[in-house]
Design a protein around this ligand. Sequence first.
Ligand SMILES: [Fe+2]
Length: 347
Amino acid sequence: MLSKIKAWASMPWYAMQVLTGQKAFKGNPILTSERLNRRGLHVWRVRTAHRLAAYRRRKLEHLVAAEDREAFDRNGYIERRDLLPPDRFRQVMKEVESLRMPAREMYEGNAVTRRTPLTPDVLANMPALRALLDSAEWKNRISYVGSFRNEPVLSIQTIFSDASPREKGKDPQTNLHMDTFHPTVKAWYFLHDIVEEEGPFTYVPGSHKLTRRRLAWQKRKSILASRKADGGSFRLQATDLKYLRLPQPTVFSVPANTLVVGDTFGFHARGPSSRPSVRIEIYATQRPNPFIPFVNLDSAVLPFVRGRKQVIPWYFEDLLLKLGIGRRRWYPVGAPAPGEPVPQAEG
Ligand SMILES: [Fe+2]
């Protein structure tokens, strides 16, 4: 009886989540309802979020050059080689290589992802990187692709492929997948040449488009996920690209000093590594509520939030752990240089 009352009392909260970026097919009886998803709930969320993103992007069109817009429309990403002049690139490299700031790591399969957050105090001693992150070249492309003029979550990201002694399993990021049900942005500014054997980023060009086939595919996936209580980052099966009439993924084995800004509603993966490797990049994401129609509603107007979007969730993780109700995902690893291996944090 009590649990029934509790379930009913939670209904308004669950209903509200329909209009958020909540993507997991578990926990919420509305979002995970097979009956509702058969009747098109998931499809409605996908379609509405895409319409709103297109509307917001139109408002941000002036921020990027026509050639970038065309490339994005066609492929779902913008690739810009030689982003910085050589001397400024060398300065950024020098700053990154000499950085010793607190970082955390996450372990997935045999891959280690390290993030060194670019908070205001870290950037205080990195004038060249700060200038890049303040530049229109960097900010405007991320705003346009993400369809919000918000400050992104910022860090130096290091991927150690085939490096985790903890799990020798497959890195789940090597499966082609979409991140979530709505348009969203990730950006990578590569600091080293990326070779094909070392797990480069791959992206299926054109897979950001919401075609009729894609909507049908989304619907089928949502029904299957409702049955299985699954995550919302749908993965592709071998035959899906053919069904969706999409090409094979583009492999970004690009030179250092290349920026890639992509909509990760499109299908992407980390290419497999045939040898252990270390990749360092300046990494940005941005994922506000996709049902907000405004382009300028940013929590970074609050002084405590500005520049700290990467670390705030970590503070919450620490707090929940202290209260004994959380699970550690991001392990503190001291203050190593971004590409310097450290012994794995205890889990
Ligand atoms: Fe992803």
